[in-house]
Design a protein around this ligand. Sequence first.
Ligand code: PEP
Length: 236
Amino acid sequence: MKMVIGNWKMNGNIDLLHSIVPTLLHEGLGSAVALCLPYPYLSAAHSLLKAARSQIKLGAQNVSEHPFGGYTGEISAAMLKEFGCRLVLVGHPERRSLFGETREVTAGKLHAALGAGLYPVYCVGETLAQREGGLARQAMVDELALLAGVPTDRYAVAYEPSWAIGGGVTATSADINDMHLFIKDVLGPGTRVLYGGSVKSHNAGQVLGLDSVDGVLVGNAALSASEFLSICHTAN
Ligand code: PEP
């Protein structure tokens, strides 16, 4: 089954949670669907999903690389698990570009998530400058090296070219296919590779129709129940 993961980023409010989650529950969506919510909404979302015995998975958008200690404002992988999280985004392009998250920090987060039994959705992708300079694949190789030796069923990779995030520009089918096949070539054919970058209901069919695409990571379109549901229905 192809996965659909919604990433609310720093959007929404408790009212949106209480309107979107019951709509998703009503549709009987299963374990191929996940929601990565802002931290304060995780507990309420967990209660709603648990009460409905839903298979929809809950995820966070970030995690600390440290297990505990004097790291004010940070949240550990073990804490995320306590609040029902099964997965976590690691290395999202916005974390890298806006918060200066280096490869070293991303590697720490990846291993903290894996160590706690969370399923990291590891985001990789080239910048526009790297793409235009013909360096897209090289950018990817350096990032993918962090997963060397990790069994492919322990994580997913999200191909998220930073130039396609949030701006309404989607990579072409040929670009997506090319990069997904490249990632599977490096990490192994069993690697689950999702695409993220301005996926909406109107282009989800084109993206999800590619054999090399094992699912999608959806940002802004996950804030609308009808958009998100339509993408979920397209996926399965
Ligand atoms: C994202 O934030 O992971 C993302 C894919 O955003 P958008 O769908 O808005 O481009």
